[in-house]
Design a protein around this ligand. Structure first.
Ligand SMILES: [Cu+2]
Length: 432
């Protein structure tokens, strides 16, 4: 922390006013003048939900960015924090945004306890700038700063991550998005252009460090480092053209499903697809190490889920390898267990929704969730319920990779507008 503060003190005098203004606007998540106003063919600035865009300074015609690799105290959702690794105080690191043709210089300082490097995933560059520790450069040792410099020869949705001790460093959260706008008007500009980086974590209940040894049994699934309901909504005005760029640096593929719209898959990690190669769909699979862009006109107001369709990926920390209680009469077992464990409540005979309701009751509203589990039993500290979120009609029973696209008529601010006020007669109703 003190190192970061020193860094900001050192460079503070060099900051241009415009840089500060842009950083402040980006942090607010509101519509702001483009990263590269003048020369990016009118494209909107990227909105990184729960994140931000990395400011740069122009130095002799080069856009100079600064990344500090460091440990971060990260909040996945209220009640669950992790000692993670990231960049500039967050995981994922800030989104880098530039324009095709830009010359960029990225200064990378390593404040981790071990060496690192940064690979610019999907970006065309000279081999020695590719960031593979040991292969294309010496590792960046603790305390050292390295400069990467190259000219952007493409546009599209790219990423960055270490290529050093990857098993540990990716598991701990070191990654970010690197988005390059086209210089020419080759792509229909979007009114709202979102970037979401997918990741999976092994945060065993009661612990505070992601476990890098886990290969498949992850228990937290995040959009930009957050699990629902801590994931920020995507707010758009009715009629706007929306692009959502989704990157995946986890170890599982994620079929991301959007309710309410037929979108087109318009881009991969190699940039926009030619018109003939785009396809309409309602779910886009985002494979590991890939990015996908989807686009649609937001012509239907409402609160529309955007979530991974692997149902375990919309759950938070959950137990695995347990007997399946569905349809099992547990009354006798319950009474016997209560002799050993007073207050024990058997769960799961009719499904897990009841379990979720108990947890939400125990957790109360907001704040410190899950300090008490069902039946008055004490849960492990630093653990959140498997299913969370309270909607206007009841529990939402989601966690993990779930957020809400909020489409509203005539809004002038992209602040969270709250729940959708359904017009009378447009909500499913009880008949019997
Ligand atoms: Cu998934």
């Amino acid at each position: 922390m003190s190192t970061r503060r020193n860094f900001f003190h050192r460079v503070g005098g060099l900051l241009a006013g415009a840089w500060l203004a842009r950083a402040a606007a980006a942090a607010s998540g509101d519509s702001i003048p483009s990263a590269a106003a003048g020369g990016n063919a009118g494209h909107a600035s990227i909105v990184t939900p729960n994140g931000r865009t990395l400011p740069y300074r122009l130095k002799d015609g080069v856009k100079e960015f600064r990344l500090v690799a460091e440990e971060v105290d990260h909040e996945f959702a209220p009640g669950l924090r992790g000692r993670c690794w990231g960049y500039n105080g967050s995981t994922p690191g800030p989104t880098i945004e530039a324009v095709e043709g830009d010359r960029v210089r990225i200064l990378v300082t390593n404040n981790l306890p071990e060496y690192t490097s940064i690979h610019w995933h999907g970006i065309l560059l000279p081999n020695g700038m590719d960031g593979v520790g040991g292969l294309t450069q010496p590792h960046i040792r603790p305390g050292e700063t390295y400069a990467y410099e190259f000219t952007l020869r493409q546009h599209g949705t790219c990423m960055y991550h270490p290529h050093a001790d990857e098993m540990v460093q990716l598991a701990a959260g070191m990654m970010g998005m690197f988005i390059i706008h086209p210089r020419a008007a080759t792509q229909t500009p979007a009114d709202r252009d979102f970037a979401i980086l997918l990741h999976a974590w092994a945060m065993h209940p009661g612990t505070s460090r992601p476990d890098p040894a886990v290969m498949t049994d992850f228990d937290l699934w995040t959009y930009n480092g957050k699990v629902f309901p801590a994931t920020a909504p995507l707010v758009v005005r009715t009629g706007e053209r929306v692009r959502i760029r989704i990157g995946n640096l986890s170890m599982h593929d994620h079929p991301i499903h959007l309710h309410g719209f037929l979108f087109e898959v318009t881009g991969t990690g190699a940039g926009p697809l030619p018109a003939s190669a785009r396809w309409p769909d309602v779910t886009v699979n985002v494979p590991v190490g890939s990015t996908r862009d989807i686009e649609f006109i937001a012509d239907a107001p409402g609160d529309w889920p955007l979530h991974c369709h692997k149902s375990h990926h919309t759950m938070n920390q959950m137990a695995h390898d347990i007997p399946n209680p569905l349809g099992v009469d547990q009354r006798g077992v319950e009474n016997r267990v209560r002799k050993i464990l007073p207050g024990y409540t058997a769960m799961g005979e009719t499904g897990m929704a009841e379990h979720s309701a108990h947890l939400n009751m125990a957790a109360g509203k907001g704040g410190e969730h899950a300090q008490h589990m069902h039946g008055g039993m004490q849960g492990p500290p630093n653990t959140i319920p498997m299913m969370m979120g309270a909607g206007p009609f009841g529990p939402i029973e989601m966690g993990g990779m779930f957020t809400v696209l909020k489409v509203r008529d005539g809004i002038s601010s992209y602040e969270d507008p709250g729940w959708y006020p359904h017009p009378p007669g447009t909500v499913a109703r009880r008949l019997a």
